[in-house]
Design a protein around this ligand. Structure first.
Ligand SMILES: [Zn+2]
Length: 155
């Protein structure tokens, strides 16, 4: 197994009122030239988890960080008008938290972050600030929301 140091949370950046079935997500990523879906897990608005890529395989979701990470995406991230928003349903929130907790137990060295937190720290102050975000993905502060899980040490 490869070494996992990051659990990266994404949104699909699609309008939350337009369904994106796992098969379509897979097809879109293949059309982009990926060898299958770039994320390892996909959580649809109903809260179901869809395994998309074997976690032993390197993903295609966070440039420069794929080798040591697992990518998890929730369906949505844009409001019906197409504006970036935290569109997670209660079911998605619950599933996402549970999945991260489980993965963290398997990979106790892994830190949880959002895709936007992997943007370059251009002013080198050690903080990835909103002005430095290359993307808004996943449209909420994943590092902060799941800080309690990242802080848990293995017993
Ligand atoms: Zn992303």
């Amino acid at each position: 197994m490869r070494k996992i140091t990051l659990l990266v949370v994404h949104c699909t950046a699609t309008p939350c009122n337009v369904p994106l079935p796992p098969e379509l997500l897979d097809r879109i990523h293949r059309q982009r030239g990926f060898n299958g879906c770039g994320y390892h897990f996909y959580i649809t608005t109903d809260g179901d988890i869809h395994p998309m890529r074997d976690i032993r395989r390197t993903g295609a979701h966070a440039a420069g960080h794929n080798a040591c990470s697992i990518g998890i995406a929730y369906e949505g991230g844009l409001d019906p008008a197409g504006k970036p928003a935290d569109t997670r349903t209660p079911e998605q929130r619950e599933t996402l938290r549970q999945l991260l907790r489980t993965l963290r137990q398997t990979y106790p060295d892994a830190r949880i972050c959002g895709h936007r937190d992997l943007s370059p720290d251009r002013n080198r102050n050690g903080i990835i600030e909103p002005s430095e975000w290359l993307k808004l993905c996943p449209c909420f502060n994943a590092a902060e929301e799941y800080a309690d899980i990242t802080a848990q040490s293995e017993t």
